[in-house]
Ligand binder design. Structure first.
Ligand code: MG
Length: 261
């Protein structure tokens, strides 16, 4: 799995071994490597060539475009699978709280996701009732969207923007102020389950929030909810879901949503 390999490489780099501490295993490997350097050289598989976007605003060549400003053809209403009815105007997508959550027609397992979001400049409300939305990985695990710019809006920190909702506090708060666009770049490894439905490998998520690492290979505890204990229920490939939160503040907007499997 590509993303697991990326995460493993990142963890190896960050591990104590990378800072000069050694174990017998690494010493052995080093000796082998110096005796025959080809032992450490791997030639297959060959990574696919991917043309990067001209800027962060452009999707790479192998991305599945979920929203590019034109329409909601890739989305349906979660509650009844009818055509998605959020508002598309001026190349952006704005939540319609009267129609509820929307989700992708396509189902995904593990992926890389890019998504941009903006809280309206005239946002009102406090705590979780101020620009609340969310991005549900596998339709179940919420990465919170909320106006928590400059830590001005007090709320529980594992419910801030960039949190795994009610699970994991973001490592930093790089949120932009209301009226400005934010971006999430998310690497997600879907959970794996045993035949009896129990989880064998939890889901994991790494999040860059406006280019700043806020979740680093964090294990997801279970389907996020307001309950104290989050639990897993076995599932396969699933839709990506966006939240129409029921608070009274003005709805937030999204743009430039793409995913790589
Ligand atoms: Mg939310």
């Amino acid at each position: 799995m590509k993303y697991n390999q990326i995460l493993t490489a990142a963890l190896l780099f960050l591990s104590p071994i990378a800072y000069g501490q050694t174990t017998s295993a690494t010493i052995k490997q080093a000796n082998l490597s110096s005796a025959n350097p080809t032992n450490a050289e791997i030639f297959t598989p060959v990574p696919n060539v991917v043309t990067p976007g001209k800027s962060f605003a452009n999707a790479p060549s192998d991305a599945i475009i979920l929203f590019d400003g034109k329409n909601l053809d890739e989305w349906v209403t979660s509650k009844d699978q009818s055509a998605a009815k959020w508002t598309v105007a001026n190349d952006i997508l704005t939540v319609d709280k009267t129609v509820g959550d929307i989700e992708t027609k396509k189902k995904f397992t593990s992926f890389q996701l890019h998504i941009e979001w903006k809280v309206p400049a005239d946002i009102t409300g406090t705590g979780q009732a101020r620009g609340n939305s969310g991005i549900f990985l596998s339709g179940k695990y919420e990465i919170q969207v909320l106006d928590t710019y400059n830590n001005d809006n007090k709320t529980y920190t594992n419910g801030m923007a960039g949190s795994v909702y009610r699970e994991s506090i973001p490592l930093a708060n790089p949120a932009k102020k209301a009226g400005e666009w934010n971006r999430y770049d998310i690497a997600y490894s879907a959970p794996e389950f045993n035949a009896d439905g129990t989880v064998s490998n939890p889901g994991r998520v790494t999040i860059f929030f406006n280019g700043v690492l806020v979740q680093n290979n964090v294990a997801i505890e279970g389907a996020t909810s307001t309950g104290v204990k989050h639990v897993y229920v076995a599932h396969g490939p699933a839709s990506l879901r966006l939240q129409a939160h029921g608070d009274k503040s003005a709805p937030i907007s999204y743009r430039n949503i793409w995913i790589r499997e």
